[in-house]
Design a protein around this ligand. Structure first.
Ligand code: NIG
Ligand code: FE
Length: 421
């Protein structure tokens, strides 16, 4: 039984990712600012962070405060939990056979045209019960908790008909209740055109607008709306129509854009004040221009570019132009079957040449912004939610992205509670 009302973590080798809680994102050169204190303490009260400082200034009375659980973090570091702003982690089964097709040389688009890809996952989802989907997704959620994630966005989009899209969103609603993670849900009915609408794409768009969006909104099942606006999927015009309908029902957009081509997806995302535009492998000067001066978070998904062996987004160019960047896992069965944000942190540095500080900000505060929750999450700040992890003994903060592939997280705290996933 956990009967404490607060945690006092002492002797923290480095407490990283601290700020005053005022900045909702970090852009351009400020992405390099990832403040820290060495030899630190951190105090929580209920679900919130109540204070922190250096051990020299620790009030000894705190040790004997009623309801306080003391954790000695000697040799260990504390980081704000990862905020993973883009996943499709509710799905049935897996798609490793397509993965072998990919190794043999088929492209993502070729597999999709053969009825594989998203449509394959849609068939499997149709056959799975809500209970089975909840059970499988909970296992994935527990895994990402153990890797240090504290907040996650989950999309629908393997339903592709009204009933199954609603089913997916109900599963996400269940997960919100069952998991200690903070979860945001996104309606992605326009993830792919189902086979029966082949050649009648606009009719499917009409179905999304006239049937799915009103029903999803009436049941209050989605925080956001997403569209896969890219070559071979949905056009800019179709995207606009769907975004307008979603916005009318109070769903803020988050767009899949420019993964396969200069699709116009970034510009349409900015036009409709999207919280984020995601993927962005095909980002040129015009796209950067559109993003500058907007409130839209450019979000890169290195797991997908790595897994599909595709071109990389021009991350350095974007940061140097003054843009913020978020990094997310894209956890899904087709293009990124992992939700390990420590790996994404490493990929930010390895594939995008982001410094460890930039990569940490992209995986925490900027990811929180891309879910609309950076007032409460994404950094260690007084009164923010107590969502952080304590590492195993590690030498430096740089060791986190450097030592890729192993789990450096030892203890997870979510909402002020020590979690054993
Ligand atoms: O973000 N790009 C579109 N959708 C997903 C892939 C989903 C799938 O292949 O199942 C993505 O990569
Ligand atoms: Fe995605």
């Amino acid at each position: 039984m956990q009967e404490y009302s607060g945690l006092l973590i002492v002797n923290i080798k480095t407490l990283a990712g601290i700020d005053d809680g005022e900045q909702l994102l970090k852009a351009g050169s400020r992405m390099a600012e990832f403040e820290r204190i060495n030899n630190a303490w951190l105090l929580t009260e209920g679900s919130r962070i109540a204070g922190f400082g250096t051990m020299e200034q620790l009030d000894m009375e705190l040790y004997s405060r009623p309801g306080i659980k003391v954790i000695d973090a000697r040799g260990r570091m504390v980081f704000p939990s990862f905020c993973d702003s883009h996943t499709h982690l509710v799905y049935a089964g897996s798609r490793e056979i397509e993965y072998v097709d990919k190794i043999r040389g088929l492209s993502y688009e070729e597999i999709a045209r053969r009825g594989g890809g998203i449509l394959n996952s849609a068939r499997r989802l149709h056959d799975a019960s809500e209970e089975e989907l909840v059970e499988q997704a909970l296992e994935r959620l527990n895994e990402i908790i153990a890797f240090g994630t504290g907040a996650v966005e989950i999309k629908s989009g393997y339903g592709l008909n009204t009933e199954d899209e609603m089913k997916m969103l109900r599963v996400i609603q269940q997960l919100k209740k069952l998991s200690p993670l903070t979860i945001k849900s996104t309606f992605l009915g326009a993830h792919a055109v189902p086979a029966e609408y082949k050649g009648r794409q606009d009719e499917y768009v009409d179905l999304v607008i006239n049937e799915m969006i009103p029903q999803v909104a009436a049941a209050n099942l989605a925080d956001f709306i997403d569209v896969f606006c890219d070559r071979g999927f949905f056009t800019v015009e179709q995207t606009e129509r769907m975004l307008m309908a979603g916005i009318k029902y109070g769903m803020k957009p988050k767009i899949h854009a420019n993964e396969l081509d200069y699709s116009g997806g970034i510009q349409v995302g900015v036009k409709y004040d999207s919280l984020s535009v995601d993927h962005l492998e095909f980002t040129g000067d015009e796209e950067i221009e559109a993003l500058l001066g907007s409130e839209t978070m450019p979000t890169l998904l290195p797991g997908a570019a790595f897994f599909l062996n595709m071109v990389h987004a021009p991350a350095r160019k974007m940061i140097e132009a003054g843009l913020p960047l978020a990094l997310a896992s894209d956890f899904n069965p087709g293009s990124s079957p992992s939700g390990n944000m420590q790996l994404i942190l490493s990929m930010g540095s390895i594939m995008f040449r982001m410094t460890p500080e930039e990569s940490f900000n992209a995986c925490t505060i900027n990811g929180a912004y891309a879910m609309g929750i950076s007032e409460q999450y994404g950094s260690i700040a007084r009164d923010k939610m107590a969502n952080f992890y304590i590492t195993k003994p590690i030498p430096t903060i740089e060791f986190m992205p450097y030592s890729y592939g192993s789990n450096k997280v030892e203890t997870v705290v979510l909402n002020g509670k020590v979690i054993n996933p």
